[in-house]
Design a protein around this ligand. Structure first.
Ligand SMILES: Cc1ncc(C[n+]2csc(CCOP(=O)(O)OP(=O)(O)O)c2C)c(N)n1
Length: 602
């Protein structure tokens, strides 16, 4: 019998006599493994699953139909179930849940799991599996998913007994959430789903949700390291803070603002950190990295102190590790000890959650008047303010709009209120550079894995979590063709997501690299396409096509006002190039606009 935690009262009362208690505690129900999994999911606080059924998951799906409290969003491809769960998790801070059958269902999840793993998104993926007796026999749709997902998950369990379901699922949820969050797989053999178990009383496994957690405490070692950081900051002449996704996940944006304003340090963010520091703030430098702003990249390059907060110093930020920020000491605050020294040196590693670390820094740091540093950065920012937006405003009304212009129009139409989910490519970098983000969670995108096709299904997850919030996808014509079948999910599940297709009729970012680094040989980067508006209408969406700048804003407004899902297909020039750019293998100091940046200017 499964001894689940129960709510048996211990207060003395007539019903609490030894006899009555015996009757209460021995009251049992019989459940299948599938039903027990549903009850455990409910006890974990789950309300929504994204999935796709198949033979080895059918006993679970049979039981799921009896639990209307668990909303199941039926996707059109399992990869999108993982992305939707990922969007849901990023939007809520809770663990996202996806379900797939064995074999191809499970393998289709992998890209979604890897995407979540790279960006620290907590997921639990339930995979159907062939019956235990058939495991290892090359049974129909058998695949060793536990063996496959090792490097792209925090852990994977295969259930062996229905009795273990509550504890194994609780462990999976805990593992997904704790420390550096990430995906966890629970492989669920068909016979375990079908097995019948006796369950005591109500099946209640306490939900140990993260939202109930107090601010994590600093270890003495972390406090000591932060004191070192403060001493470095006191004497630094050219300090810069780089804030990443970890600041958002730690809910530490307010603490970052206090720290920044207490010290006067300039603040840049990573792609996933966009929004943790308001971009309108006078101390904001914008995004660092390959397509980051000139001032943010040059600030890193010329800094004498870099404080990296909840970010990984990945190759897109660092470039050539040995030549990165040659004159800087590096303070690195992260809750993943493996992050230290993985790419660049960490002179002062601080193993801590960003929130308590920033609180201590904000309380103890003092203002320093770094007279030479700010004028230099401001001159740099104004000298390169037009980098990447050249000629946009010179186009005539009946010409194609440019992508920076589209991003700014979207911003005007939505007033910054929407959650934007961007796909991968040139449009993603234009969004990062030209929208302006003020709050964490305003932009979701696949930063670490760079998964094309992510945005539309992830937006489904966001909209499921927050039906009243405007949710817009920005996607290229390449990524749209990878995810367009999910338009049917939007219609069927009544998710009024708006999709803006930035249509340059090619794989723009590939084309850009071919132009700059592969002799202009545009090998396989021109992408034939159907009429996207017609395709969207065939799925039941409202849709429109824009070919003139003059029509852009009206189309965006119409889509925003439409009560259901909508697609705006906007044609842009094929030959757009995203600047600024730090060429691959260079360092942030080599950032370019159309030509190399004049080093003397910054
Ligand atoms: C699944 C996947 N395949 C390939 C790539 C490599 N890749 C990165 S950007 C890009 C082009 C994207 O084209 P599109 O979606 O049209 O967006 P654009 O760059 O034109 O804005 C490609 C192929 C990727 N990131 N993800």
């Amino acid at each position: 019998m499964v001894a689940l935690a129960t709510h048996t009262s211990t207060a003395p009362s007539a019903s609490n006599t030894p006899d009555a208690l015996a009757r209460t505690t021995t009251a049992t129900r019989t459940l299948t493994g599938g039903a027990l999994a549903c009850e455990t999911l409910l006890a974990q606080g789950v309300t929504t699953l994204f999935g796709y059924p198949g033979g080895a998951a059918l006993p679970f799906y049979r039981e799921l139909a009896r639990y209307p409290q668990l909303r199941h969003v039926l996707v059109r491809h399992e990869q999108n179930a993982a992305h939707a769960a990922d969007g849901y998790a990023r939007a809520t801070g809770q663990v996202g849940v996806c379900v797939a059958t064995s074999g191809p269902g499970a393998t289709n999840l992998l890209t979604g799991l890897a995407t979540a793993f790279m960006d620290c998104v907590p997921l639990v993926a339930l995979t159907g599996q062939v019956a235990r007796a058939a495991i290892g026999t090359q049974a129909f749709q058998e695949v060793d998913v536990v063996g496959m997902v090792g490097p792209i998950t925090k852990g994977a369990f295969q259930l062996q007994r229905a009795e273990d379901i509550p504890n194994v699922l609780a462990a999976a949820f805990r593992l997904a959430r704790e420390g550096r969050p990430g995906p966890v797989v629970v492989d669920f053999p068909k016979d375990v789903q079908l097995a019948v178990v006796e369950v005591e009383d109500e099946s209640v496994v306490p939900h140990d949700g993260r939202e109930a957690e107090p601010t994590p405490e600093l270890s003495p070692a972390a406090e000591f390291a932060l004191q070192q950081a403060l001493r470095l900051l006191e004497t630094a002449e050219r300090p810069v803070v780089i804030a990443g996704h970890g600041v958002a996940m730690a809910h530490a944006a307010d603490d970052l603002l206090r720290f920044a304003e207490a010290t006067g340090v300039p603040v840049g963010t990573t792609l996933l950190g966009l929004g943790v520091f308001p971009e309108q703030h006078p101390q904001a430098l914008g995004m660092v990295g390959m397509h980051g702003t000139v001032q943010a990249n040059l600030a890193m390059h010329h800094a004498d102190l870099i404080i990296g907060l909840g970010m990984r110093f990945d190759d897109r930020v660092v470039g050539r590790p040995h030549d990165f920020a040659p004159g800087a000491r590096i303070v690195h605050v992260d809750l993943d000890p493996q992050a230290f020294g993985r790419v660049v040196r960490a002179d002062v590693p601080v193993l801590a959650d960003a929130r308590p670390a920033l609180r201590l820094l904000a309380e103890q740091a003092t203002w320093q008047d770094r007279a030479g540093w700010w004028p230099r950065l401001r001159a740099c920012a104004s000298a390169h303010a037009d980098c990447g937006v050249v000629a946009t405003d010179l186009a005539a009304d009946d010409e194609l709009p440019t992508t920076p212009e589209i991003v700014r129009s979207l911003r005007r139409v939505l007033g910054g209120s929407a959650t934007l989910v961007s796909d991968i490519g040139q449009h993603q970098m234009f969004v990062a550079l030209h929208h302006g983000f003020e709050r964490p969670g305003q932009l979701l995108t696949s930063g670490g894995l760079g998964t094309m096709g992510y945005a539309l299904p992830a937006a489904m997850g966001v909209k499921t979590a927050h039906p009243g919030r405007p949710v817009w996808v920005v996607v290229g014509d390449g990524g749209f063709q990878m995810s367009a079948p999910e338009l049917s999910t939007l219609v069927a599940s009544q998710l009024a997501v708006k999709v803006l297709v930035v249509n340059n009729q090619c794989l723009g970012m590939v084309r850009q690299w071919q132009e700059l680094f592969y002799d202009g040989v545009y090998s396989q980067s021109l992408l034939p396409q159907p009429d996207f508006a017609k395709l969207a209408e065939a799925h039941g969406c409202w849709a429109t096509t824009v070919r003139r700048r003059a029509d852009l804003e009206h189309a965006l407004r119409e889509a925003a006002l439409h009560p259901g899902p909508a697609v705006v297909n906007v044609f842009v020039p094929v030959e757009e190039t995203v600047y600024p750019m730090v060429p691959a293998g260079a360092v942030p100091g080599d950032v370019r606009c159309v030509d190399a940046v004049e080093p003397g200017l910054c």
